[in-house]
Design a protein around this ligand. Structure first.
Ligand SMILES: O=c1[nH]c(=O)c2[nH]c(=O)[nH]c2[nH]1
Length: 311
């Protein structure tokens, strides 16, 4: 049976393009998910196997990253317009380009969220929290004698665009990771903490809302203030800060995916892409490092389960 080729399009979907712009100490984030779909004179590619008219999807990906560096991202619209124009006007075989962009918004962690002692202004210059913030979590257990109250949160997504390094690690024959002295540190925190109130021997019931707000504030404050040599170190600082500042909490456990942002290699296009100049990063969604740790008050029992996913 004869068949004919109908509508077709192709391109690289979901390029996670993150552009940091540095204005002195003050950094700005553009975090986009960019999907390219091209169509045009592509019948031969499908029908004969000739790729003479085919701009590789890999090239469309590189173009997304290179344009972010070369032209910046003033707005998702302007960036999309430039990309679409480029594909159609530079390639005779491409007649139509559709660029779809989702933009993720980040807010500066405000001084009031993270405590007031640092920075001396309302805004922190390179620490951000993803908009559409966290989900608050609670688990109460009562066995007729004692209560156990766990509080926590999930999906608190934070990013430091500098003040993070990772180096000095083991290098074996499978290690390819380059040491990094100025990287992005981003994570989406899940955490549970255990109150020492049992409802029995201690009648001083915490103000739960205040306890929650203050614990979150200390977690954010530690994230902002820690010059990080690993996500592990940052987690320990966060946990210690909560335990040291909140006498009602004895134990806190974190599960923190390391949301990797790899600096894109643009050298093939003659473009430098150094962190110090404001770089373009590729936000990988998987695989991800998963860093988990419990921090305890000295002498306290370790009761929060290692695997918190079923909590
Ligand atoms: O903060 C980090 N901790 C690690 O254990 C690790 N491993 C890795 O590849 N990158 C990182 N980053």
């Amino acid at each position: 049976m004869p068949t004919i080729l109908g509508h077709n399009q192709y391109g690289k979907a979901e390029n996670r393009v993150v552009k940091i712009t540095r204005d002195g100490d003050t950094h700005h984030i553009k975090d986009l998910n960019v999907s390219v779909a091209l169509s045009g004179d592509l019948d031969d590619v499908h029908l004969t196997g000739s790729n003479a008219n085919c701009l590789p999807t890999d090239t469309t990906k590189n173009t997304c990253f290179a344009f972010a560096k070369e032209h910046g991202i003033e707005s998702a619209e302007q960036y999309g317009i430039e990309l679409a124009r480029h594909f159609v006007e530079s390639q005779p075989s491409i007649h139509r380009a559709r660029i779809r962009i989702e933009e993720y918004s980040w807010e500066r962690i405000a001084g009031s969220d993270a405590g007031s002692k640092f920075i001396g202004s309302d805004e922190v210059k390179h620490s951000f929290v993803r908009k559409g913030q966290e989900t608050r979590l609670v688990q109460v257990t009562y066995d007729g004698e004692q209560f156990e109250v766990l509080s926590g949160l999930k999906d608190l997504t934070v990013m430091n665009t500098t003040n993070s390094e990772f180096w000095g690690y083991i290098k074996d024959k499978y290690t390819t990771l380059k040491e990094d002295y100025d990287r992005i540190l981003a994570t989406s925190l899940s955490t549970w903490w255990r109150h020492n109130w049992t409802g029995v021997d201690d009648e001083r019931t915490p103000n739960w809302n205040k306890s929650y707000e203050q614990s979150k504030k200390h977690i954010l404050q530690a994230f902002v203030e820690t010059y990080s040599l690993s996500l592990q170190q940052t987690l320990f600082q966060m946990g210690s800060r909560v335990i040291n500042n909140r006498s009602e909490i004895d134990e806190i456990r974190f599960s923190a995916p390391n949301k990797h942002h790899f600096r894109q290699d643009l050298s093939a296009f003659g473009l430098e892409n150094e962190a110090k100049d404001g770089a373009v990063y590729w936000a990988a969604d998987r695989p991800y490092g998963l860093i988990e740790a419990t921090i305890l008050r000295d002498g306290a029992d370790q009761r929060i389960p290692v695997d918190m996913t079923n909590l």
